[in-house]
Write a protein that binds this ligand. Sequence first.
Ligand code: ADP
Length: 418
Amino acid sequence: MAVGGQMARNLQREEAHKATLKRSSLAFFSARESEHKLHSLYVLNGAMLEQSIGFSALSEVGDGIALGYLDGRIAYANGALIELAGLAPDQTRDMSFFELLDGFRTDIFDEPVIAVRRVLQTGEAYERELHFPDRNATYGFRISLVLQNSNGTSGSSSLTSSPTNSQTAGVSQPLCLALTVKDLTLLKEYERLKSDMISLMSHELRTPITSINGFAELLTADEGLPEQAREFVTIIANESQRLSRMINTFLAVTKLQRKDRQEVLKIPLRLDEVVKETVASLQTVAKKRRIRLVEQPTQRLPPVAADKSMIAQAVRNLVSNAIKYSPERTTVTVSTALEAEAVRLCVEDRGYGIPAEARDRVWEKFYRVVRDDQDKDEESTGLGLSFVREVVEQHGGTVNLESEVGRGSKFSFTLPRL
Ligand code: ADP
């Protein structure tokens, strides 16, 4: 249909061209006719000028942009795209859109025809990150369908295909294909350097902290030490332990987000057993804060495929938060439930709650909610929940949060059942 539509437009253009040739030259002598012609010329001139402004603006854009007619010819390619495709400026003149796409073939983008066909059939953009080891380059690559709405405006397929848009704008006609190529090479390099530096720093910090902690602990056991000195070395020991916990959390999150991270090792896992172990290991912490920590298991829960140590750490983070962010004499409940295709784990508290504007942001790295009555010794890195989300999403699950300030929070996540 799309190519048919393009052909119809080509025919229309040709017809119009023929019609002007057939007109008798006498028509030129009619003043009215000439006036009309002149007017049409102005309109045409204006439209062409507008189009050339659009194209000139595209030529200034740093990202590569090309437009292709639906019959496979190139309508436009800017300088950046020609350069990214490794072509000479005049080479695109007789090229087809597919020949242009051929310049970006990689292991994952090996069949341009199939990719374009999918875009035409579904209307959804084809988006990939392409690596070119020979050029040592990474490109953000996108092929999309540009649609013309019945009201004459055009837009990208991914925007106009949403139900609300198509209802208001009527039926959209495919107009052309758009190719956008962003050079991400430098960005990727910076990301890699940053993450290398972070893990190097964290590793380098761990060694001195271990010895500070080790010697401080030795000193706390020394009976001959004056009382005040003993008190001070206890503080040193506790604080260095705290620092080392923070660095470990930080390392765990950065390791998860590294590009070259190892695939998570998934084996059948019973979530209710993880809950039981976590609750048991955190009972002393809860007791210290006078919080009742209870588990509410579900009978006959199917297993999930997961990496036990990662999921256990995620559950531990949620339960520790619930204990940490609740006042004394409240209850924290950890429950599991079976859903259609997933198993859900829920940690509910009657604690401080999280304000609406912070609810989406608590999952971000380093984000922390500031409370008026906050204890200044509260151990907080803002990394615990970002670890939870990263782990859950790597396992194909989702995280969720419901909360009300002053009443409590309910954090939960799902994992696909086996
Ligand atoms: P951390 O606890 O180390 O600060 P997290 O990523 O685990 O880091 O949590 C981010 C922020 O979300 C916390 O600083 C806290 O303000 C808020 N938060 C997390 N869990 C709860 C909870 N159960 N109740 C209230 N606030 C919470």
